[in-house]
Design a protein around this ligand. Structure first.
Ligand SMILES: O=P(O)(O)OC[C@H]1O[C@](O)(CO)[C@@H](O)[C@@H]1O
Length: 173
């Protein structure tokens, strides 16, 4: 189907343009973190929610910012933010609070020169700024694929399998 191929073509073209060293740094931040907070707005937020779910399946201590069950932050915690523009005001505000509490910040973005990138300790750039799709669609799709790529690496590092992860999946949903 023509438009499907158009979308997958755009996504495929990004694969070699995401920096391995930035990816590896993010893996290191995740592996050494205490609690992991995840944050994103709109469609970017939907993608980060899916990532939070998989990190939980991996046995990591995670919560989504804004959920009532999300705990107080501490030094050595990590906040992972997904924001294409890097300029979403709510996220800037949340990151500023987190930084005051000694939380390290990781950003997934198309905008390495943005306000959020300037506040982050670790930036993974997805060069998805140019696209035929509307608004942030390419970033949002690519961010989900990037999160699932991170999950594959973490599965290997943490000796997890699909079966071990499934045992942590919510049975009441
Ligand atoms: O990824 P960003 O730039 O933080 O934007 C968050 C959300 O805001 C919008 O840009 C506009 O509502 C959405 O496309 C996106 O999901």
């Amino acid at each position: 189907m023509k438009n499907y191929s158009l979308v997958t073509g755009e996504l495929s073209s990004l694969a070699d343009r995401i920096d391995q060293a930035e990816f590896d740094k993010l893996i290191d931040f995740i592996t050494t973190a205490g609690h992991i907070f995840l944050a994103g707005a709109g469609r970017s937020g939907q993608m980060i929610n899916a990532f939070a779910n998989r990190l939980m399946h991996l046995g990591l201590d995670v919560s989504v910012v804004g959920e009532i069950s999300s705990p107080h932050s501490h030094p050595n915690d990590l906040m992972i933010v997904g924001s294409g523009s890097g300029e979403t005001l709510r996220l800037i505000n949340q990151v500023q609070i987190a930084k005051k509490n000694g939380v390290r910040i990781a950003l997934i973005t198309t905008a390495p020169n943005s306000t959020l990138a300037g506040l982050a300790d670790c930036v993974l750039t997805i060069p998805a700024a140019s696209s035929v799709q509307p608004m942030g669609s390419l970033f949002e799709q690519a961010s989900l694929l990037t999160y699932d790529s991170i999950v594959l690496t973490l599965m290997e590092n943490l000796n997890e399998t699909s079966l071990s992860m499934k045992q942590r999946h919510a049975d009441i949903e």
